[in-house]
Design a protein around this ligand. Structure first.
Ligand SMILES: Cc1ncc(COP(=O)(O)O)c(C=O)c1O
Ligand SMILES: N[C@@H](CCOP(=O)(O)O)C(=O)O
Length: 287
């Protein structure tokens, strides 16, 4: 996002616009305010996690809730940027991809080479497109000896690439990837095919199970959409698609505090105690 805002600033834009399921708007709002630009945000009404809306609000973005889904918001954002003096900073902006691809550079730099497999959640498909671009460029200039297989996972209720058709009314608890007509669809197919990978789906139940496993066993609190990558890897492993000794990278895309509803739902209520060590020890099972 910082690349897109920087380019918009360089070109003299006074305002930027994005459609968002929440995270793109949060970063657009932050970078825009730092650059002294107005940030307009189009979000699907009632479908944005509070933590993400809070970020856009605190950075002073102009937020419009649209009676439609993310795909409708992106159509509207494209139309506004085509007809009014406002720069579009969604991942359809190629400068966004140029910035995002450097995440693949960082992985190769850290590991010493590309992993065998890279697993990602897929929503608007900018990430899988950008990572693949980064990996192929590092391989082309010899910085990496190979490229990984790209495995993408969509939520079952929002899996247009898996189904091969637009999903008009996408649904999933993973709000960030509730997208029925990904803008970078063709690039995602190219990443899949050129890398020898695949794009599959995971159910909300599988996403929540991976979400809880990451939090309870790894100490990593992600938002539900992020857990789609780990859910997908577990699914693939269960299908015998993972070989021992392989280096596998899962991108977990968002912090859990942004969309904490599922962390709280169903969790036990905290126990109340007086200011008394014995009572506290009893409740903690220490005696
Ligand atoms: C937390 C999170 N995970 C995954 C994604 C999917 O990334 P992409 O839209 O680039 O496919 C998004 C955005 O869509 C996101 O906000
Ligand atoms: N998850 C994204 C949706 C896609 O936005 P993009 O501009 O990265 O394609 C969001 O947070 O809005």
């Amino acid at each position: 996002m910082t690349m897109a805002i920087t380019r918009a600033k360089e070109e003299g834009a006074k305002a930027v616009i994005c459609a968002s399921t929440g995270n793109t708007s949060a970063s657009a709002a932050a970078y825009a305010v730092r650059a002294g630009m107005v940030c307009a945000v189009l979000v699907p009404r009632g479908k944005i996690a509070l933590g993400k809306m809070g970020q856009a609000l605190v950075h002073g973005a102009k937020i419009l809730q649209v009676d439609g889904n993310f795909d409708d918001c992106l159509t509207l954002a494209r139309s506004l940027s085509d007809n009014y003096p406002v720069a579009l900073v969604n991942s359809v902006n190629p400068v966004r991809i140029e910035g995002q691809k450097t995440a693949a550079f960082e992985i190769v730099d850290a590991l010493g080479d590309a992993p065998d497999i890279h697993v990602l959640p897929v929503g608007n498909a900018g990430n899988i497109t950008a990572y693949w671009k980064g990996y192929t460029e590092y391989a082309a200039d010899g910085t990496a000896a190979r490229t990984p297989r790209m495995w993408g996972f969509q939520a079952s209720g929002s899996a247009p690439i898996v189904r091969g058709e637009v999903v008009k009314d996408p649904s999933t608890i993973a709000t960030a990837i509730r997208i029925g007509n990904p803008a970078s669809w063709q690039y995602a197919l190219a990443a899949r095919d050129e890398s020898g990978g695949f794009i599959d789906e995971v159910t909300d139940r599988q996403i929540l199970s991976a979400y809880r496993l990451l939090a309870s066993q790894e100490g990593v609190f992600v938002e539900p959409a992020s857990a789609a990558s780990v859910a997908g890897l577990l699914k693939a492993a269960g299908e015998g698609k993972v070989d021992p000794g392989q280096t596998i990278v899962c991108t977990v895309t968002g912090n859990g505090l942004k969309d904490p509803d599922w962390a709280v739902a169903g969790a036990p209520q905290p126990v109340t105690v007086p200011v008394d060590a014995v009572a506290a020890a009893e409740k903690l099972g220490l005696v």
